[in-house]
Design a protein around this ligand. Structure first.
Ligand code: NAD
Ligand code: UGA
Length: 367
């Protein structure tokens, strides 16, 4: 296959630690940024993505083009394709997997529940089955989600807080992922590190997320919906800038234990680890909107809805002490600074859209 030649050429690790990383979801928002960062520091990187059309696939293809300019290749395929995954591990002795492919989005789970089961549960298990049989067994770092805290009311959220009240099917599948990871660590000695990301934003972001379509709608003069909590308070999110999350992912890979091929009860076996990767500073959605209004020099047409959206949690707020202690994770980008970088990228990528919604697309790489 075409990718095999590319892989043999591109996966030779040059870095002293000699990582060779399979990045699943490399055509996605977080995956594309992490792939570039790994490549830039000299690790061997190969991507996998099915380029599904949950959101505009042309944006995924543009990310893929950017990666290919940096000699990062993405194999087009699905997590559920066992023979393909086995072949990848046969060709490249991956030391690590950064598993970011998933069906993301909280609300879409009510329209297409099966896609969450297929990618986040069945696809994850398929990847673990292949990883467990691989030689060497890779260490796996995977994306969980702040949504596992669900209706937890501890503020801020610590890794030991309860996660038994998911508010959406998306959250339930991410929680299931953590439990599935536990069993693969326990029985097969796979090294597994889960990262609970908190509402990640930035250049090359996801068009289904609020900060992204608020920007689009404000520029086009369309009204935006702002939801409230049950008790009429503002909803808040611990919005986390992409570069901080990338540093956290690389730090987690660097400190991941080795897979041992033997179960978690044995002495010296890898532990299952789970970390919050947030910004430690929740911001109400109204404040997000006013920062965007300032950056876009345009007033938003706000439509306030006096109840929560189905599946939403009232707030998220990360305690990141554990990630700091274990791999020095320290978020450094506040929401205004990060949104400025996002808006700069957005305008260079799409151009300023007219109020009719007509787009003049550029292919800027800003950000
Ligand atoms: P994204 O949708 O941009 O990236 C995911 C990529 O995975 C997409 O390119 C998609 O095509 C691919 N994919 C999906 N299902 C697949 C399958 N079955 N086989 C192969 N490829 C598949 O999302 P993102 O924002 O980059 O999120 C990355 C990870 O982080 C996801 O696991 C997501 O659940 C998690 N997460 C994201 C956020 C956030 O705010 N962005 C927050 C918490 C957790
Ligand atoms: C985001 C991602 O979309 C999920 O994939 C991810 O797992 C999750 O973060 C996480 O941290 O785990 P969410 O925080 O719901 O989920 O992100 P958005 O959909 O962008 O919503 C952000 C905020 O804007 C929410 O408080 C939501 O209530 C609000 N919002 C959204 C509105 O007020 N109006 C809208 O039209 C849309």
């Amino acid at each position: 296959a075409a990718w095999e030649k590319q892989v043999r050429l591109s996966s030779t690790p040059r870095r002293t630690n000699g990582f060779s990383v399979l990045v699943t979801g490399a055509g996605g928002f977080v995956g594309s940024h992490c792939s570039l960062a790994l490549k830039k520091r000299g690790d061997g990187v190969l991507g996998l993505d099915n380029f599904n059309n949950y959101y505009d696939p042309s944006l995924k293809r543009a990310r893929q083009n950017l990666l290919s300019k940096h000699q990062v290749f993405i194999v087009e395929g699905d997590l559920n394709d066992g023979p393909l995954l086995t072949k990848l591990f046969d060709v490249v002795p991956f030391t690590h997997v950064l598993h970011l492919a998933a069906q993301a989005g909280v609300r879409y789970a009510m329209q297409n529940p099966q896609s969450y089961i297929s990618s986040n549960i069945a696809g994850f298990v398929n990847l673990l089955e292949v990883a467990k049989a691989a030689n060497p067994q890779p260490s796996i770092v995977w994306a969980s989600s702040s949504s596992v805290y669900g209706l937890n009311t501890e503020n801020p959220f610590s890794e030991r807080d309860r996660t038994d009240q998911p508010a959406s099917l998306y959250a339930a599948t991410k929680k299931a992922g953590e439990e599935i990871a536990h069993t693969y660590n326990h029985i097969y000695g796979l090294s597994l590190t889960g990262l609970r990301f908190f509402t990640v934003y930035g250049p090359w972001g996801r068009p289904d997320m609020a900060y992204f379509f608020f920007t689009k709608d404000i520029l086009q003069g369309k009204s935006i919906d702002i939801y409230k909590t049950h008790d009429q308070k503002e909803v808040a999110r611990d919005f986390t800038y992409i570069d901080d999350v990338v540093k956290g992912c690389l730090g987690a890979l660097d400190t991941a234990e080795k897979s041992t091929g033997s179960g978690g009860k044995k002495k010296g076996a890898a532990q299952l680890r789970v970390y919050n990767l947030g910004n430690t500073s929740p911001v109400p959605v109204g404040r997000l909107v006013s920062i965007l209004e300032g950056l876009l020099s345009t007033k938003a047409k706000k439509h306030v809805i006096t109840m929560p959206r189905n599946g939403d949690v009232p707030f998220t707020h990360a305690n990141v002490t554990l990630a700091f202690k274990d791999f020095g994770y320290k978020p450094t980008t506040d929401l205004s600074t990060g949104l400025r970088k996002f808006v700069k990228w957005y305008i260079s990528y799409y151009g300023i859209q007219s109020k009719t919604g007509k787009e003049s697309q550029a292919t800027g790489e800003s950000g």
